[in-house]
Design a protein around this ligand. Structure first.
Ligand code: RAM
Length: 364
């Protein structure tokens, strides 16, 4: 892949009018990426590069995964799904990353190293929306395709975001699950991951919006706390919430680490079965707490499928089958055909709600 030079970029600007007309047709009327100035500016690949849906899928690529946190079982699952899919597609899988969910400097330094090593694509779950931008755009200017999965960066700093589900659905359904469990009445709190996490913050935004509906007028969201996807911190935050709000009726934890730690605390306390807990968890982590009555229902997508789709999207980008423009479609192995939507986002599908009636069917 060639590196774009300054004269080439000026030429691109000069033919912008022509490109817009051509793109308008290619992108089925979808939005194009915002342009920005300065060193942090995006290479605007999606808005200028053409894609050939019939181009053969390239093999022998190196696709590097950079999860939020390497020792988090959720990412072990997602990235092993990625490994399987990338290897089945004839390419090499790599994984690098930090062991803390709040080490944004560590994530930046991994992006820089992967750029120097000239990997073909990076699939990254961002700990912070803006912190990785300069490094990711530097990677893209050097010909590396960038896919975010699970947690996005700003839309100008990657080619495609592979989202686990509709963020709006996730936020609203977590409130709906909680409301059912507490009979639409009482104080609730949120136990989140890192304060900067794009995915959790987006879901919390939709939770707050859902809570404005008249049917939830008797539910008060009293506090949002952050356990930083650290088991001990999440456990302590749960304990602190119950000390501070003795009338608390429920906790929503939209993180697999947080919900597990909160369940562990509740199950060994006098609040078991009295303070409700829902959010996003893996069936493997939550099985014991559903069985002992601490948790009634919670939801999640299949992390392995998310990791697989991220890797296959990276292969489609490097192969030139897609450039990231909304409206483009591509086939992701045996997962089927996907269409790139608004803000160059691809959605995996709908999450599953788990409770005692179906949890036995899932093993992740
Ligand atoms: C944690 C991470 C991840 C999130 C899941 C639900 O493992 O915060 O980003 O998607 O929970």
């Amino acid at each position: 892949m060639s590196i774009r030079t300054a004269p080439a970029r000026r030429l691109a600007a000069a033919v912008a009018v022509v490109s817009i007309v051509v793109l308008g047709a290619a992108a089925c009327g979808g939005t194009t990426k915002k342009s920005s100035a300065g060193d942090n500016s995006a290479p605007s690949a999606a808005s200028t590069a053409s894609a050939d849906p019939h181009a053969p899928a390239k093999k022998g690529l190196t696709i590097a995964y950079l999860p939020k946190q390497v020792n988090n079982p959720y990412f072990t699952s997602s990235d092993s799904g990625g490994k399987k899919a990338v290897e089945a597609a004839g390419s090499t899988y790599r994984e690098v990353g930090t062991s803390s969910g709040t080490d944004t400097a560590g994530q930046v330094s991994y992006v820089n190293t992967l750029t120097q090593q000239q990997v073909d694509a990076i699939a990254v779950s961002a700990q912070d929306p803006g912190a990785l931008c300069t490094a990711l755009n530097q990677a893209r200017k050097n010909g590396v395709k960038v896919v975010t999965y699970d947690s996005d960066t700003n839309a100008d700093c990657r080619d495609v975001f592979v989202s686990q589900a509709s963020s709006e659905d996730l936020g609203r359904t977590e409130v709906q699950l909680m409301a059912q469990q507490i009979g639409n009445r009482g104080q609730i709190a949120i136990l989140s991951a890192a304060q900067t996490a794009t995915n959790q913050n987006t879901w919390i935004g939709f939770m707050k919006d859902e809570l404005k509906k008249p049917e939830y007028k008797d539910i008060q969201l009293v506090k949002v706390v952050y356990g930083n996807d650290d088991a001990q911190q999440s456990f302590q935050q749960t304990q602190g919430l119950l000390q501070q709000y003795p009338n608390l009726k429920g906790i929503i934890s939209p993180t697999t680490v947080g919900i597990k730690a909160a369940a562990q605390y509740l199950s060994g306390s006098k609040y078991k079965g009295k303070v409700q807990l829902t959010g996003l968890g893996t069936p493997n982590d939550m099985r014991a707490y559903v069985a002992d009555g601490t948790v009634r229902s919670f939801e999640l997508w299949d992390p392995a499928k998310l990791g697989a789709l991220a890797g296959l999207t990276a292969v489609a980008l490097v192969s030139g089958q897609i450039s990231g423009a909304p409206g483009q479609t591509y086939t992701a192995g045996d997962m089927g055909t996907f269409t790139i939507g608004q803000d160059s986002t691809v959605v995996l599908g709908k999450p599953t709600v788990f409770d005692k009636s179906n949890i036995g069917q899932y093993a992740f």
